[in-house]
Ligand binder design. Structure first.
Ligand SMILES: *[C@@H]1O[C@H](CO)[C@@H](O)[C@H](O)[C@H]1NC(C)=O
Ligand SMILES: *[C@@H]1O[C@H](CO)[C@@H](O)[C@H](O)[C@H]1NC(C)=O
Ligand SMILES: *[C@@H]1O[C@H](CO)[C@@H](O)[C@H](O)[C@H]1NC(C)=O
Ligand SMILES: *[C@@H]1O[C@H](CO)[C@@H](O)[C@H](O)[C@H]1NC(C)=O
Ligand SMILES: *[C@@H]1O[C@H](CO)[C@@H](O)[C@H](O)[C@H]1NC(C)=O
Length: 378
């Protein structure tokens, strides 16, 4: 889900040549000194899918094994009404929060606001535990919750947080020295199972070298967009968001792509959703559309500056053909997973959701301020 008030790009761009690490390289703890009882500080966790949303299992205070939506488009941890049981160290901060989300539905549409109270407590994911500010949501007017299952956990940065300066969970792990490296990886599979790696780059999970790009903020970057491996759109501002079920782009960009791919489309206007573009393609012939990373202009710049962090050549990462079907309308007519909308927080913003993460390992490197991509090992 993306944050409705996002202002990507007003923040300083993280330089390609001399990114200033925001976290020091992890120090070697005495108790983890090589030769003694070596214990690496990273973890590999399983994610599971339900209706194109992805969940991991967390303990929050004394609430065990909560199923929380893994969201790289927001930053805060919210537990749905009735699911929070304070742990022994729980502190009521006597502060409230309000967050407005976009792309709350499985078809990429939907918006909503969550309000509630803030507590400090422990949060555990796999072998990793952080002291953390958590939000407990108030029930909606009709007693329902906006977020599916038991809540949501954001993996974006402080810029997208609504918790009055409290660090997001993964930042807490970094700041509290719980991880070897301040980076996490996500890769989604086709069997309803995905993987999240906390605190390292897991080279066993992908093939070849990572292709890397600098970020604008966590987790947005510039890319080109490629149809049949040829660039048809330059310098697209892309927010990568595991918590968005589909792929959403600006109306004009999406129309241009649908035309170039000979995809039939409808433009609808409505008061609630604004202008939207829906595409229909023959189910057995999905288009080959992908992100070319880094954008050619960013790659050229990186080469000129001899950047060690950003790739000097772009690579195309295509959406897997089997991810294209948003809906099967029968008679070999399928609704496309990519759609256009003018209801974004920024008019030129693409929100590239979970379909993109299938078959690709995406490394979110906070220490270097980069995103890295590689095809997963079969
Ligand atoms: C945690 O919850 C999941 C369902 O969300 C269940 O499959 C799993 O067995 C539970 N694990 C434990 C240790 O209770
Ligand atoms: C927090 O919200 C509750 C209602 O849910 C309200 O009673 C309380 O006054 C609010 N507290 C602050 C500090 O705004
Ligand atoms: C709660 O934790 C935040 C950091 O996440 C800290 O800044 C704040 O002082 C804590 N509040 C209380 C009441 O302990
Ligand atoms: C990347 O490309 C964008 C769009 O052209 C540009 O605004 C930005 O300055 C570039 N960044 C770097 C570090 O080259
Ligand atoms: C595909 O289905 C949609 C929705 O029912 C319809 O609007 C469109 O005209 C259909 N396209 C073809 C080629 O049948």
């Amino acid at each position: 889900m993306f944050i409705k008030s996002t202002v990507i790009g007003t923040l300083a761009f993280i330089s390609t040549c001399a990114a200033v690490p925001r976290y020091k390289p992890s120090r070697i703890d005495l108790e983890h000194r090589p030769g003694s009882n070596i214990k690496s500080k990273y973890d590999v966790d399983t994610l599971t899918e339900a209706s194109r949303f992805w969940f991991g299992n967390f303990d929050v205070g004394d609430s065990k094994n909560l199923s929380l939506l893994i969201d790289t488009g927001s930053s805060d941890l919210i537990v749905n009404p009735g699911f929070y049981r304070p742990g022994p160290g729980s502190v009521n901060t006597h502060k409230n929060f309000t967050i407005s989300y976009g792309s709350t539905e499985s078809d990429g549409s939907g918006t909503g606001t969550v309000t509630g109270q803030l507590y400090n407590d422990t949060v555990r994911f796999g072998a990793m535990t952080a002291h953390q500010t958590v939000g407990t949501a108030n029930a909606g007017p009709d007693g329902t919750s906006l977020v599916p299952k038991q809540g949501i956990i954001g993996f974006a940065g402080l810029e997208e947080s609504s918790f009055h300066g409290a660090l997001p969970f993964f930042h807490s792990l970094c700041a509290q020295g719980k991880v070897d490296a301040c980076r996490f990886g996500i890769s989604l599979g086709d069997n309803g199972k995905g993987t999240q790696v906390l605190g390292q780059l897991d080279e066993s999970m992908f093939k070849g070298e990572l292709t890397t790009s600098s970020i604008i903020q966590e987790w947005a970057l510039w890319t080109d967009i490629a149809l049949d491996n040829k660039i048809i759109l330059k310098n697209a501002l892309v927010e990568l968001d595991t918590g968005t079920a589909t792929i959403l782009g600006p109306v004009d960009d999406v129309v241009k792509i649908f035309k170039a791919a000979s995809i039939q489309y409808n433009i609808q206007e409505s008061e609630s959703a604004g202008t939207t573009v829906t595409g229909y393609f023959p189910c057995d012939q999905p288009p080959q559309l992908g992100l070319s990373i880094p954008s050619r202009s960013n790659a050229t710049e990186a080469a000129k500056k001899h950047s060690r962090l950003v790739s000097h050549k772009s690579s195309v990462f295509n959406i897997k053909p089997d991810q294209w079907i948003a809906k099967d309308n029968g008679n070999n007519n399928c609704t496309a997973i990519v759609s256009g909308t003018d209801a974004m927080p920024l008019s030129n913003l693409w929100v590239v959701g979970q379909p993109f993460f299938h078959g690709i390992y995406v490394d979110h490197n906070i220490a270097d301020g980069t995103l890295g991509f590689a095809p997963v090992r079969a």
